[in-house]
Ligand binder design. Structure first.
Ligand SMILES: *Cc1c(COP(=O)(O)O)cnc(C)c1O
Length: 454
């Protein structure tokens, strides 16, 4: 009875009317699993945002994924725009990745000794990325960033690092730090358990602010080991920076003998095979990777020039190790996935598809004068309930998240799965079909109407 708008859609000019809320999907099995999970894990999850704290209801337990679709424990089917938070650029259960994993796993899962698969993945990356000469594989994005920071400190023999409010770099101690009040501040810890002494080594400034960065370098002359940035900040909304600002970062680091670290855990292999470095044509000193690089398996990496990487043990004095680093099964998944990305036209096709999708949504919202913007780059998109430009964390109005919460619920009820927070971006994979995107658009239009008309 809630299906009053079963009107066939000929395009976004044909706008839905009289949209009404749909009944909530059944979450019985998921809710049951969640109750159990809460007895095992803090908050019932193994990573906080999964707990659905900022959206309606309890988390969905996912049973299966195939292509762009996922199914939860209650049998609800969704078109997935979370894609495991980015790694699944080919969609779920990609046949090439799966077959490679199955092939590799026949020979055992881990040796703690070198395998040819590590060479193979490294070669795939280094031959097709002119911004790094050597690489080291680790097991997560957090580990990659933590290691890159240590390398920068070891290489420059300096301790302080500069990070930006609104960028996420994983959960290592030095980086769980947020801005205090003032233009340039020592960080304040953003988690209990991070010693103040660690936070004191991290300086936090706002994005897109040259004055603050200049002041940080003036205040801490010859003390800054590195500036770390997500060149495509995509963990606190999508806070796209001007190319010119990123070039300024490059220059100010060079002038001050500090290293520039691009944290490309999310943008690497996403906005192009060479990530943001290739997109903006800016040479950072160290780049970190994660997510896509492992094809859905836990892999991270950091890379730099041979000279800088020469400082990593056992060649150099900066210690870094990992029992499961370069794990063969994970390497296999990475090899299979990255091989697909290198096919001619892969990114062109993906980006065209994403552009068409996001532009149609923006056109719809603009035609109805909704205070709503789709920020997008490549196959990343972010829905913001605003009519302003947003390029730093301060530009986001926390009150607007109430609207996202509503939208998220309406979308779930229409078979569309977005990450459960309005600060998270969405991802389009090569597995999203035209039909998927048409269906998703329609659901998004209806949800926007509901959010703005109530
Ligand atoms: C996801 C992410 C991380 C952390 O990676 P994990 O694999 O979750 O540890 C670090 N930096 C950026 C930019 C990320 O997007």
């Amino acid at each position: 009875m809630f299906d009053s708008i079963k009107k066939i859609f000929s395009g976004e000019d044909d706008l839905p009317v009289n949209t009404s809320s749909k009944p909530d999907i059944s979450r019985e099995k998921s809710a049951e699993l969640y109750e159990k999970a809460k007895t095992y894990f803090p908050g019932g999850v193994n990573s906080p945002v999964r707990a659905f704290k900022s959206v309606h209801g309890t988390p969905l337990f996912i049973q299966r994924g195939d292509g762009s679709h996922i199914w939860d424990a209650d049998g609800n089917e969704f078109i997935d725009f979370c894609c495991s938070w980015g790694p699944l650029i080919l969609g779920h259960n990609n046949v090439k990745v799966r077959e490679k994993v199955v092939e590799v796993i026949q020979n055992g899962m881990s040796f703690g000794a070198p395998t040819a698969l590590e060479n193979e993945l490294a070669e795939l990356i280094l031959k097709n990325n002119k911004y790094i000469e050597k690489i080291r594989f680790v097991s997560s994005g957090t580990e990659a960033v933590m290691s890159a920071i240590r390398l920068a400190r070891g290489y420059t023999k300096r301790d302080k690092i500069i990070k930006f409010e609104g960028c996420y770099h994983g959960h290592s101690d030095s980086l769980l730090v947020k801005a205090g009040s003032g233009l340039v501040t020592f960080g304040e810890t953003s988690s209990a358990g991070v010693p103040k002494a660690f936070a004191d080594e991290t300086i936090v400034v706002g994005l897109n602010d040259k004055t603050a960065l200049q002041k940080a370098f003036d205040d801490f002359k010859n003390q800054v080991a590195a500036v770390i940035i997500e060149p495509v900040p995509a963990n606190n909304g999508l806070l796209l920076q001007n190319k010119e600002y990123l070039e300024f970062l490059r220059d100010i680091c060079t002038q001050n003998g500090a290293l520039l670290i691009f944290d490309e855990v999310i943008s690497g292999f996403r906005i192009g095979f060479e990530g943001a470095a290739g997109y903006y044509k800016i040479q950072p000193d160290i780049i970190t990777y994660g997510k896509i690089i492992g094809g859905g398996m836990p892999v991270g990496a950091y890379g730099a020039s041979a000279a800088i990487m020469g400082n990593v043990s056992p060649e150099g004095q900066v210690y870094q190790a990992g029992t499961l680093s370069g794990n063969p099964v994970a390497m296999g998944a990475g090899i299979a996935q990255l091989t697909e990305l290198l096919r001619n036209g892969f990114y062109r096709d993906l980006h065209n598809k994403a552009e068409e999708f996001t532009q149609a949504i923006q056109r719809f919202a603009s035609a109805r004068n909704y205070k709503f913007k789709v920020f997008t780059i490549g196959s990343i998109f972010w829905f913001a309930f605003t009519d302003k430009d947003i390029c730093s964390a301060d530009d986001i109005d926390p009150a607007s998240m109430e609207k996202f919460k509503k939208m998220h619920r309406e979308l779930l009820n229409r078979g569309i799965y977005l990450g459960p927070s309005g600060y998270e971006v969405g991802f389009i994979s090569s597995a999203h079909t035209k039909t998927d995107l048409e269906k998703a658009k329609r659901a998004i239009f209806e949800s926007l109407d509901l959010v703005f008309r109530q």
